[in-house]
Design a protein. Structure first.
Length: 79
């Protein structure tokens, strides 16, 4: 699998169109991610504990967690 994420700077909040691949859109406060305030562990079906962030009842884990973490590391926010 090859995934190429794109990062944009927005001057205003865009309108989003949800579909079968995206059921919800929300803003994750990166300052809270960087500070470690959202750090937690997600238990997968086989019992493995994986790193995640928990925010407003949502669990951000897996590939999304990895891509955002890598972006923050590139920006110099590695903890």
């Amino acid at each position: 699998m090859d995934i190429t994420p794109f990062v944009f700077r927005l001057d205003q909040t865009p309108r989003f169109t949800l579909n079968e691949e995206a059921h919800e859109v929300f803003w994750l406060p990166l300052e809270q991610v960087v500070s470690g305030a959202l750090d937690d562990a997600f238990t997968w079906r086989d019992g493995r504990e994986l790193p995640c962030w928990r925010y407003e009842g949502r669990v951000i884990w897996g590939l999304t967690h990895r891509m955002i973490g890598d972006l923050l590391a590139v920006l110099g926010h590695r903890r």
